[in-house]
Write a protein that binds this ligand. Structure first.
Ligand SMILES: [Cu+2]
Length: 181
């Protein structure tokens, strides 16, 4: 066999290496041969460790990054609002003009106490009209309410029309406060 260039075909290279291993074992040589090192298994644990570190990093980011990130996002993108016989909690929901917001609208009240079995969140100005079924089989019932805040800053009324006197009862009102961006 004649040596042609560095890019010998894989089969003949493998054969040649097999011959070298069979005929003479020179430790120093194999230590300098990257292919032998790779097969020696030293890099496999390293690769495995790298994968583990990667998974932990991603997992940690998802678990804690999200947790910490929520402090910033909570005031913006996802806001919890509870409906009860006391009205909305919190009563004031602060958003930024033009911002798309999702309210996590939830209740622990059972449907038997509510007209039509639901609380509602209604805002004529913001075009919100949502029914939240009572929590019967589960401990909490919830529904996501997504809307885009108007560009005009100000207070926008929301109310529940299905309990405790509904719209006529001041307690059943809350407000979405739109602040300048
Ligand atoms: Cu209600």
């Amino acid at each position: 066999m004649t040596r042609t260039n560095g890019c010998a075909d894989p089969v003949s290279r493998r054969e040649r290496r097999a011959v070298e291993r069979g005929t003479g074992r020179h430790e120093p040589r194999s230590r300098h041969d990257p292919a032998v090192e790779r097969r020696g298994g030293r890099s496999r644990p390293v690769a495995f460790a790298a994968v583990v570190v990667g998974v932990l990093a991603i997992g940690g980011y998802l678990a804690f990054g999200d947790f910490f990130g929520q402090r910033g996002a909570a005031s913006g993108d996802m806001i919890g609002v509870q409906a009860s016989m006391a009205g909305f909690t919190p009563k004031e929901i602060r958003v930024t003009a033009g911002q798309t917001v999702t309210l996590d609208f939830w209740t622990q009240d059972s449907s038997g106490h509510l007209d039509g079995g639901v609380h509602t969140m209604i805002s004529d100005q913001l075009g919100i009209r949502v029914e939240l079924p009572g929590a019967d089989a589960v401990s909490e019932s919830r529904v996501a309410v997504t809307f885009t805040a108007p560009m005009t800053p100000g207070d926008y009324d929301i109310y529940c029309d299905t309990c405790c006197g509904g719209r006529e009862n001041p307690t059943m009102h809350g407000k979405i406060v739109v602040e300048r961006g």
